[in-house]
Design a protein around this ligand. Structure first.
Ligand SMILES: NC(=O)C1=CN([C@@H]2O[C@H](COP(=O)(O)OP(=O)(O)OC[C@H]3O[C@@H](n4cnc5c(N)ncnc54)[C@H](OP(=O)(O)O)[C@@H]3O)[C@@H](O)[C@H]2O)C=CC1
Ligand SMILES: O=C(O)[C@@H]1CCC=N1
Length: 272
């Protein structure tokens, strides 16, 4: 892939995930800068990943060709307005913020810059991320290719043609690691109630989930429902558990949760 100088504005959870994934897959650390107001996260990134760090966003932006906007949505406007003090011409912007539309980001930046709006997730830190991307009209083919390659360093990518679909990516992949964590927490709690210690109960549920995820990945020709059927013996234990889920509305619960995430993204777009 092309190597460009990349600045991360905000060095929190998501930037750390993407940066560590990039470095792990061989992206030159000396081409990456992270900017953050407080020092400890920066120091850890410098120590662990060997990247450049600064507490001055303008310094980071001036040194970079690609600017990754990675602050919380409620801080984005203030941060972008401050960036207007730098010469932003010719720079490619990549936003990872949930719920802020491209047109609004352009307004915050005070220009009409090439901007790719993305929605990654935290497994990017392991190279197992899933990122949705949307390119606005100013994005050239070379920029689009770069943004795609950048996020491919940390996992799989999916381009969407309509910006609205980014909210769907958020519900299905950006937020969803937390759904799985919640499910595992609940399973671990129940395993503990059955008498397993903390470590064993965690091992039981994490290994089952890892194996299940690998089975899904390794059998693309099989529908997920078929994999489920393969576990479910007639009148057996799995059937008993699955019936309980179905009778208690697991599908409505999941679709309601995903719709809530999409709805919240829409509300955030109006708020920020
Ligand atoms: N977490 C996730 O799973 C995902 C998050 N996102 C998006 O990523 C973005 C970041 O989220 P996340 O990493 O979780 O949040 P974090 O709070 O972990 O990170 C945000 C970082 O921004 C820093 N910051 C605050 N003010 C400024 C400033 N003026 N200039 C530069 N940096 C600043 C904060 O520093 P300090 O702590 O020192 O104040 C913090 O380190 C959000 O917009 C979110 O919507 C997208 C996909 C998934
Ligand atoms: O919770 C959030 O708003 C962000 C976006 C996706 C994951 N975390």
């Amino acid at each position: 892939m092309q190597h460009r100088k990349v600045a991360f504005i905000g060095a929190g959870n998501m930037s750390r995930s993407i940066i560590s994934g990039m470095v792990k897959s061989g992206y030159p650390a000396q081409l990456i800068t992270a900017s953050n107001p407080s020092r400890p996260k920066l120091d850890a990134l410098q120590q662990d990943q060997g990247i450049n760090i600064t507490q001055d966003n303008l310094e980071a932006v001036n040194a970079a060709e690609v600017i990754v906007l990675a602050v919380k949505p409620q801080l984005m406007e203030e941060v972008c307005r401050h960036l207007q003090q730098a010469n932003l011409n010719g720079k490619l912007f990549v936003s990872i913020a949930a719920g802020i539309e491209s047109a609004r980001l352009q307004q915050m930046l005070g220009g009409d810059y090439p901007l790719v709006r993305t929605m990654p997730n935290t497994p990017s830190a392991l190279g197992l991320g899933m990122t949705g991307l949307y390119a606005d009209a100013q994005v050239t083919e070379a920029d689009r290719e770069f943004a795609g390659e950048l996020l491919k360093q940390v996992g799989e990518i999916a381009w969407v043609d309509s910006e609205e679909m980014i909210n769907g990516v958020t519900a299905a992949a950006g937020s969803s690691p937390a759904y799985f964590f919640l499910f595992l927490e609940a399973m671990q709690d129940e395993a503990k109630k059955m008498g397993f210690d903390n470590a064993t109960s965690r091992l039981l549920v994490q290994q089952a989930m890892l194996g299940a995820a690998q089975m899904v990945c390794n059998n693309p020709e099989l529908e997920i429902s078929e994999l489920r059927a393969q576990v479910t013996s007639k009148a057996g234990t799995t059937a008993a558990a699955l019936n309980h889920f179905e009778e208690n509305g697991i599908r409505e619960l999941v679709s309601g949760a995903m719709r809530s995430a999409v709805k919240r993204a829409g509300e955030m777009a109006k708020t920020f």
